[in-house]
Design a binder for this molecule. Sequence first.
Ligand SMILES: Nc1ncnc2c1ncn2[C@@H]1O[C@H](COP(=O)(O)OP(=O)(O)OP(=O)(O)O)[C@@H](O)[C@H]1O
Length: 776
Amino acid sequence: MARGAAKCLFFLYSSKNRNFFTVRNLFSGCLLHFSHPSKSSPCNFPEIPTQLQLPPLHFTTFRKFGIFAEFHRHWFCSLAENDKPVLDSTESVQNEDECNKFDEEERISKPETEILGPEEERLNFAQTANRDPVEIYKELKDTPKGEKQSRSDWDTLTEILRCFSKSGWASNQALAVYIGASFFPTAAHKFGKFFLKKCNTDLVKYLVSLGPGDGADKFLFPIFVEYCMEEFPDEIKRFRKMVESADMTKPHTWFPFARVMKRKIVYHCGPTNSGKTYNALQRFMEAKKGVYCSPLRLLAMEVFDKVNALGVYCSLLTGQEKKDFPFSNHVACTVEMVSTDELYDVAVIDEIQMMADPGRGYAWTRALLGLKADEIHLCGDPSVLNLVRQICADTGDELEELHYERFKPLVVEAKTLLGDLKNVRSGDCIVAFSRREIFEVKLAIEKYTKHRCCVIYGALPPETRRHQASLFNNQDNEFDVLVASDAVGMGLNLNIRRIVFYNLSKYNGDKMVPVPASQVKQIAGRAGRRGSRYPDGLTTTLHLEDLDYLIECLKKPFDDVKKVGLFPFFEQVELFAGQLPDMKFSKLLEKFGENCRLDGIYFLCQHLHIRKIANMLEKVQGLSLEDRFNFCFAPVNIRDPKAMYHLLRFASSYAQELPVNIAMGMPKCAARNDSELLDLETRHQVLSMYLWLSNHFEEERFPFVKKAETMATDIAQLLGESLVKACWKPESRNAGKSKPQEKEDGYQRPMSIIKLREKKRQENSQNAQQLEKAPA
Ligand SMILES: Nc1ncnc2c1ncn2[C@@H]1O[C@H](COP(=O)(O)OP(=O)(O)OP(=O)(O)O)[C@@H](O)[C@H]1O
């Protein structure tokens, strides 16, 4: 870009008539452009000599430009010689220079015949700038052939049009008139050819005075739009249809029945352990008909048990299980499973802040927008309160806000565990953020202290987690320490006296990052629950170095969330697919993500996970679009090749209309090492997936549901037994791959007690050897 401008300056200056005014205008236009590089502009400005950053030149000083140009002639020349338009390899336009040369020689005048004075020129420019673009376009269209231009003007104009075709701003603006980003370069290129062929001197002089960049882009854009409307009506229509079919604006209008209801939303807003869920559940149980929406299967099970124990008949509905209680009018379900067709008196949506979850947020948004309930109780921290207010304004629902405080303040223990797991005490929960660390900690504690540990982490089935929780809560056994991942932050009622953070960084799939403050609060808040054995909660860290970050997180107010998640229904994807009939499903999802329109407070939930499954299933023939869409939501760990293999197998059988087999044996005994434990986890996940599929597809195609249920229960049991006995070194599911801990510079996993001991032992033996060697 700087090169192009420099080239233009040089040509202008060196042209015979030395049109100073034009040069000055171009020069100041360049200055303006250089000093305000816009982010959206695809042009990256190279380093330019400081001389170019002069203040705008005045005519008197401009005469000196001759000297300046002499000095910098070499620079201009070298740039001009080297200047070749750089075309993006992805761009559809090719050989731009050649295309622009259609009648170049013919259109370049020798000496200019008429030289306008500066005042006249200024007036001309003002007139041109104010002209109606429609009129300009008409004039261009009706002109058989444009006027002759000087070589320098021609070159500048070519550069201006080249910049226009690369302008991010123009490409963005073009979307508004349904010219897609992928079509824009072609359209802009054709427009450039058209313009070069037809333009008159006034237009050229004015554009040259603006120079390549923002000003010229803005002047050309409406003319370009007129041109496109006439030249590319089919492309515009097609893109418009595609965009309209990916329109996700005004999501509250997707639920017309909920919109005609007069709903009352009650936001129970506060930190953990403040009684939010308790109060919401009171209303749920009082109602004639109620639904409780849970973030986890585990929590749905807890509520199901609790409510039934209190004499209110309640059913359970999760992706994997349906337990219909006869005569029940209440249901505890996972939020993805809640029906927006059923009418309820009271609905509870727990952990409403998860609307902002990058992957699952859409399920909470859907529940809030779509539930047909007279009263909807939202429980959560204050981070989404402002957005809920906005959404209620859109839906017309009444909003009541109830603010809560923690029953008893959480106390931070400044002493920490001084880096030594020997300092754990009964009632402690050590929180680590990877499976490997969890087992290392368990191993160390059990080896070097008298405590026994229960473990809870995400890959364990809910039944096993509950079993471990009850083992820990029960005082009549030796299991008095819990080692858990962030999975402990939600859903379980645990008798935790103190939460100890083993570390405060976790792997985010790419690198180690600090655990977000909101998550630290949620986990720390599990200590000292009302009604538990330890009503006064304590929290601390293993290492003194981590303590400041813990305190900082706990002190930090909740950040206001700016956007919440959305995801299209199948019908929307189907409509979109209609515009791109030959596109593969995974590509279709990607295209949808690129082209969908959203209102400011919504984002499209991450669909990488879904696309990965879609990609794998591309090779399965005979699945309908709807089948593919549904298979993509199956609960599978996409990083576990065994689990992915089974999903592929299930989908293939389903596509061939064969009964879907489990085709997986049952282990005979509990795990004896970590790889057997991992295998049990995978087997349970596969069975869970089978059950999920049987609930989401025609059930008769999955004839082994009962068997899968029995196997899943047995494996959960084996997992429980294995965990009680587990005393081995953990393995990684991705053995052989680089350890996440090594990825982030400066991050070091805290040394486990074992390593510390080993280090000490080595030091001691070295000292002993030295003593032996030393002369008496
Ligand atoms: N009024 C009450 N009477 C008896 N127990 C209560 C009362 N309020 C809350 N509790 C108990 O206190 C504990 C914490 O309450 P609750 O689960 O409602 O808190 P919360 O704010 O929803 O916390 P979290 O977000 O961590 O779930 C629960 O065990 C609950 O049963």
